[in-house]
Ligand binder design. Structure first.
Ligand code: ARG
Length: 603
């Protein structure tokens, strides 16, 4: 509409400055502004016209330009009215009718994603290493990757969730050598390796010990035997993979990671490497260098190590076979790699190689490195424990849960104390009704909230930046935290529950969805709900879950204002207002599920 208006009001502008004629409509700078959106073309249009000496008679300021554009707006169903403010900003007020009908459709059909051409997305995330603990870097890949896979699935794409675990390679040599020393009867019995990470640490110490070159050599022989298919080594290797996978699964369960994430680690691609190398070689893309095979790529200083000089395959070889497999066999047309920024070069080389080799066609395949920064301690350095070790993921989750249990316990005791004090009987009963007293429910809620808080704190960051891990901030009940979102969500539920308890016809009001706007806070909230599809589109294009976190946080703050300003139970607009609450519940629930934060109904 604004494109037409600019053109009608100033037909010559398009030729003078196409830039200034292109309408810029944006959201206002914050919730304090009464208008819904604004068009800022007047200022640049004025300077373009005056520079060209083409200002029409009577137009003496940018403000006059704004007034002229607003007056030329064609009639449309979206805009209720406009207002020219300051030096020429055109403030836009959206039609209530549009917002109430959007709100009714949320009640009827749920929150809808914008229509997209569906793709098959192969997303590589989490990808920890067998026999090692998952650390905070893997935490980020897991959380961000899970959220992105959910967003893309919600947006209508088909998703293959690939856990590219490090389950092959030289580290198994030292593990096997050490394992055989530790469990001499390994030939006949399956060793107990439930303490795999300890075993790994011990093996690493021996491997790095310069006074023990013999161990190193044995380790090397064990890998060669493993890769050549030695039965005993394969059996031991498989046991280690299983033990690790069970540990990873425990973390995934706690974090609510989508069950579709499947193991397809480095070992899977191993048999595919020789044919991959053959193809690259037959296309004349490889260079031999002292027995090693390298792939140089135009514009890049560092080559890919396609085959090592000892004939072995490494990280590069595996990723070349993997990208070829994902495009040609899996037939994915969108590849997403959720890996820390430290691997940017490796991925850039791999992506370029896939193009040079003719596997990836830029017109057909979209390939993204979803990069992210590091998690820091308060000292702004890589997050470590006091003793300097990398922080174990499970310990972080345990801690978050423990803090939440304590908090819920305090609330319960507070409510009980108030109930015992019969000087305020009505109050106490009301307070205790919405407090969780059941131990099992406290535990489940603490898990949902504690883990949810860790996830949300990670997702709400711009993923490229580093962040400081801080329980106080992530578990705070006000500010942009999962706890705050959960708190507002529980308040919405509490209104619905109370209304039903008092005998009001909540279901009838929701089914009728007869919504009218009678207060500006209602308008704001409904405008926010209507902005969902734009937020999803932005999150999808940029692969940035924080866009949806921002949407959730803003929705929660608009809801808080609505609840402050608009009485629901006992108001003459009850039917409309309770429908607004129900629509907000439906919207927030969907949005939380789309980024993978478990909603909590009661606090
Ligand atoms: N296992 C690797 C690590 O811990 C991450 C693997 C990521 N995926 C890949 N296709 N390279 O650093």
């Amino acid at each position: 509409a604004f494109g037409v208006a600019v053109n009608t009001a100033f037909p010559s502008l398009r030729d003078i400055s196409p830039e200034a004629a292109r309408p810029v409509v944006r959201l206002p700078g914050g919730p304090k502004f009464p208008h819904d959106a604004q068009c800022d073309n007047a200022m640049s249009a004025y300077s373009a016209l005056s520079r060209a000496g083409q200002l029409p008679a009577g137009v003496r300021s940018p403000r006059d330009v704004g007034v002229a554009i607003a007056a030329a707006l064609p009639p449309n169903g979206m805009i209720a009215r406009t207002e020219v403010a300051g030096p020429g900003f055109i403030n836009i007020f959206v039609n209530d009718g549009l917002l109430t009908s959007r709100c009714a459709s949320i009640l009827k059909e749920g929150l809808q994603a914008p229509p997209r051409r569906p793709r098959h997305v192969a997303i590589d995330y989490s990808s920890p290493n067998i026999a090692k603990d998952m650390h905070v870097g893997h935490l980020r890949s897991t959380i961000i990757g899970d959220a992105i896979s959910r967003i893309l699935e919600y947006a209508g794409h088909r998703i293959s969730r690939i856990n590219h675990v490090g389950d092959w390679g030289t580290q198994f040599g030292m593990l096997l050598a050490h394992l055989k020393d530790t469990f001499p009867d390994y030939e006949t019995r399956t060793p107990d390796i439930s303490n795999l990470t300890v075993l790994y640490k011990e093996a690493k110490v021996r491997f790095d010990d310069k006074s023990d070159p013999e161990f190193k050599q044995r380790a090397y022989k064990e890998v060669v035997a493993l890769q050549a298919g030695d039965e005993v080594n394969l059996r031991l290797w498989r046991t280690m993979v299983e033990v690790s996978a069970a540990m990873f699964n425990d973390v995934y369960k706690r974090l609510g990671v989508h069950p579709g994430l499947y193991l397809c680690g480095e070992s899977f691609y191993n048999p595919l490497i020789p044919s991959t190398i053959e193809e690259l070689s037959s296309k004349g893309l490889l260079t031999e260098d002292e027995g090693a095979l390298l792939m140089f790529i135009e514009g890049e200083k560092v080559p890919l190590m396609v085959r090592k000089s000892d004939g072995g395959y490494g990280y590069d070889s595996t990723d070349l076979a993997a990208i070829r497999y994902r495009i040609q066999d899996l037939k994915a047309d969108w590849l997403v790699y959720v890996i820390d920024a430290g691997q940017a070069l490796h991925l850039r080389l791999t992506f370029k190689a896939a193009e040079v080799a003719g596997w990836a066609d830029p017109a057909k395949h979209r390939i993204d490195h979803v990069s992210f920064g590091i998690v820091c301690g308060e000292d702004k350095k890589r997050f470590r424990t006091r003793s300097g070790e990398t922080v174990r993921l499970v310990d972080l989750l345990d801690q978050a849960k423990a803090i939440m249990i304590e908090r819920l316990q305090d609330r319960k005791e507070g409510a009980e104390a108030a109930a015992a004090d019969d000087s305020t009987p009505g109050h106490a009963a009301a307070a205790s009704a919405s407090v969780i007293t059941d131990a099992a429910e406290i535990e489940a809620t603490a898990e949902g909230m504690g883990y949810g808080a860790v996830k949300y704190f990670d997702l709400k960051q711009n993923r490229l930046s580093d962040y400081i891990f801080n329980y106080d901030r992530m578990l705070s009940s006000d500010g942009d935290t999962a706890v705050y979102l959960q708190y507002q969500f529980a308040r919405m539920h509490s209104i619905l529950r109370k209304a039903a308890e008092k005998g009001h016809d909540v279901d009838g009001a929701v089914a009728a969805a007869a919504i009218t706007i009678t207060h500006p806070s209602e308008h704001k909230l409904l405008f926010q709900l209507a902005s969902w599809a734009d937020a999803v589109a932005e999150a999808e294009d940029s692969l940035n879950p924080h866009v949806l976190c921002k949407w959730l946080y803003e929705t929660s703050t608009y809801y808080a204002e609505f609840q402050r300003d608009c009485r629901v139970i006992g108001d003459e607009n009850f039917a409309s207002r309770v429908a607004i609450v129900a629509a907000t519940v439906a919207a927030v629930k969907t949005a939380m599920e789309v980024i993978g934060i478990p909603p909590v109904n009661r606090l």
